[in-house]
Design a binder for this molecule. Structure first.
Ligand code: PLP
Length: 357
């Protein structure tokens, strides 16, 4: 099976090999050391400012989203939520659930956020902004420097879900001035699902310290306390953390994050050049390297996903909800080679020649 979904994605053989053993015991100096190295590399790759910290939660990415809403935000906040699709909606739902006062900027599917959208919220008492850097459901990459500038000018704390953007798109946490950025193990980190990563700048660390404890399992205060010695409060997804270590040190040794980033960008550019010649419309106004969302002009999107899987053993990603029949997505993250990409393109061309697309 070739997997061009957006997560879990394909892993390299050396990552798969890490899971081919019984899980080791983890309350050991060796595991602690490995975790401290994971923290250090994540801070480096996110370009986190001085005195930032990083914790690893055993949860899917949504656990990290919820941990930010619960631990960093409080009853005193007034939050702006950017909602351009299902992941933006999830932040809005989390704010409602945890009773955070919030206003949603709802964008039409596939549309980018502009200065004009944000302008009415300037000087209006807002204290925090939640955004999914890449809204994975529509493939839109938001203009983060523009959002960061708005936040800076208005003294608004910036909290970023970069779960699908990390590694695929450039992230400079320090220059964005973001208080927190999260990612997850099953996207471009390309290891098993089960771990969410939370990178915290001093601004967020102070908030977490000051806020009352509101949960146990997703407590960032507790996670931070344990991480000081390279540990976690509860049994973590040990194997996934070992895989993350293999992956992060591998990136470091093989030319750094820029190399990874360039490969993903190349896969995306090649695929998009080919897709432009096929009966598809691009859904997103501003695309992330991670994903291309396409609207097939003739056939049903779900049907194309099914044909690719049944006929060629190629998984592409269906959309859910109201876009299930009209949009599918191609992921460019994970262990995808140039040959894999060429094969994907060739298969689409084949279907087009047969009039199936
Ligand atoms: C994948 C993803 C998530 C997390 O999804 P989980 O299924 O909880 O891991 C959150 N936000 C974005 C933008 C994502 O792409």
């Amino acid at each position: 099976m070739l997997n061009f979904t957006i997560g879990p994605v394909m892993s390299s053989d050396e990552i798969v090999e890490v899971a081919n053993h019984s899980t080791p015991y983890f309350r050991t100096p060796e595991f602690s050391e490995l975790m401290l190295e994971n923290e250090k590399l994540m801070l480096e790759f996110m370009h986190a400012p001085a005195n930032s910290r990083c914790v690893f939660l055993t949860s899917s990415g949504t656990g990290a989203m919820e941990s930010m809403v619960m631990n960093i935000l409080s009853d005193h906040d007034k939050v702006i939520v950017i909602n351009g699709g299902s992941f933006g909606q999830r932040f809005a739902d989390l704010c409602s659930l945890h009773r955070r006062e919030h206003t949603v900027i709802k964008l039409p599917f596939g549309h980018k956020l502009t200065k004009e959208h944000l302008a009415p919220f300037a000087g209006a008492g807002y204290t925090a902004l939640l955004v999914n850097m890449h809204e994975t459901s529509s493939g839109v990459l938001y203009d983060m420097p523009m959002i960061a500038e708005f936040c800076r000018q208005n003294g608004i704390m910036l909290l970023v879900d970069a779960i699908s953007a990390f590694i695929a798109d450039e992230i400079d946490m320090a220059s964005l001035g973001a208080a927190a950025i999260i990612t997850g193990s099953q996207k471009a980190l390309a290891v098993q699902p089960g771990v969410a990563v939370v990178v915290l700048a001093p601004e967020a660390l102070e908030r977490i310290e000051r806020n009352p404890e509101v949960c146990m399992y997703l407590s960032l205060k507790d996670a931070l306390r344990n991480a000081e010695r390279g540990q976690t409060p509860f049994t973590p997804a040990v194997t996934t953390l070992l895989q993350i270590h293999k992956r992060l040190t591998g990136i470091k040794e093989n030319g750094g994050l820029e190399q990874e980033h360039a490969h993903i960008a190349k896969l995306a550019a090649e695929f998009r050049a080919a897709a432009a010649e096929l009966p598809f419309d691009f859904v997103s106004e501003a695309m992330s390297n991670a994903v291309t969302a396409l609207h097939p002009r003739k056939n049903n999107a779900k049907e194309i996903v099914r044909i690719m899987k049944d006929r060629y053993g190629i998984w592409i990603c269906p959309n859910g909800g109201e876009y299930a029949d009209s949009v599918f997505r191609i992921g460019h993250i994970g262990h995808i080679t140039d040959e894999d990409n060429a094969l994907l393109i060739a298969r689409f061309r084949e279907l087009n020649e047969e009039g199936i697309l």
